[in-house]
Write a protein that binds this ligand. Sequence first.
Ligand code: FAD
Length: 438
Amino acid sequence: MNIPAEKKWAVIGGGMLGLTLALRLRRQGKKVVVFEAARDIGGLASTWQLGPLTWDRHYHVILLSDLSFRAVLADIGLEEEMEWVTTRTGVYAGGKVYSISNALEFLKFPPLGVIDKARLAFTILYGSRITNWKQLEKISVEDWLVRCSGRRTFEKFWLPLLRSKLGENYRKTSAAFIWTTIQRLYAARRTGLKTELFGYVKGGYARILEQFRKKLHEEGVEVIAGCPLTRAEKHPGGINLVFADRPSEVFPKVVVTAAAPLAARLCTDLNADELSRLEGVLYQGILCASVLLDRPLGGFYVLNLLDGGLPFTGVIEMSTLVQPGHLGGYHLAYLPKYVPAEDPAFSLSDEEIEKQFKAGLFQIFPGLEEKNIQAFRVSRVRYVCPLSTLACSERVPPVETSVPGLYLVNSAHILNGTLNVNETVQLADKAAAQFEAL
Ligand SMILES: Cc1cc2nc3c(=O)[nH]c(=O)nc-3n(C[C@H](O)[C@H](O)[C@H](O)COP(=O)(O)OP(=O)(O)OC[C@H]3O[C@@H](n4cnc5c(N)ncnc54)[C@H](O)[C@@H]3O)c2cc1C
């Protein structure tokens, strides 16, 4: 196909956003090249080797209500291969593990009294009915939750959960954060489904990314991995892309999908307001351990930790979702620790993290022993998800920038949703619609 020179686009970042956007742009008749810094595509959803197993570097589940992402999976030929499962949720409180997987178990949950539970249930129901999320951006999450649930329920229930996701950054976070979380819980109902189910593709993201890459190749998108961009600068022909280890190349149009602070470092010709908006987005980072086991843990997909003093902020037992048969016969758990992007925990060695995290795991599951752990590996990412700070939607970085031909799309543009691949796909769809006429 003969594509005019001005229809040549570069997408920086081969995460789920960059890949989806590249496919959309290609289908608009553009010539598209994706440049990814890492050796493999996938970004936060990429895979790695954990002992003998190749699996996702971070825990990922697909919801039945993730309709946009499921449409992508159908497009790349994987929707029919999905497995759907009902999972259980637990809480670790006062040194004990409780199941709160249904209303009855929740009613019996001893650490909260009847009035606390009623207020908690009211908060969730009330939150699910709110449609004007912008008004929630003006109030702190603490004030809103105390108002709805009462101080005691806040301290006993919400605060440990907020701390587990946000650390001390919860103080800077608006009530929109909890609203988006509640909305995800109610997504099934909103999308007309009777029930919510958790799902996965057999083979995990390794399979998804392999198929995605194949699809992009078939449709003529070039994907170049292992190619970090160092600068995107103004040029009479568009944007000059300067790479660490390949010759510079000019593209008429460039979309940068890297996280906002990274985009600020790459796009130095942006004006002061644009740069300050990018740098002003506060990110949470993560230390996330993958633990390969020869036995199950507590049987909960998510175990929320209400007790303080543990080295990680939750236990995700992936093998309650993905059958061990699809994990080489092993059980797999993730131990996330969400921390601010600049947290000193990022400088802890792998050995130190392993020691601390294993001690925490043995505390929660007393029967578990060192010999049950077959492999342990730590992932560190500084920029995972932007915080919903007070009135942050009024300081969103621009998509179309003051530099002709340079566009920015990243997780900071997800304003009324939690960070998940479904939202990421919707963001790509929205950006593609905006770029259609270009
Ligand atoms: C612990 C964890 C658990 C999660 N759980 C779920 C879940 O259960 N379900 C779900 O749907 N979602 C989940 N997510 C969210 C999901 O991973 C994200 O929504 C999605 O991967 C975001 O994709 P992205 O492309 O926007 O960002 P990224 O994946 O961050 O992609 C950005 C890409 O840009 C590249 N890049 C950066 N700088 C440069 C440069 N200079 N040159 C070239 N390339 C560059 C990066 O290497 C990266 O590949 C989870 C995320 C984490 C971290």
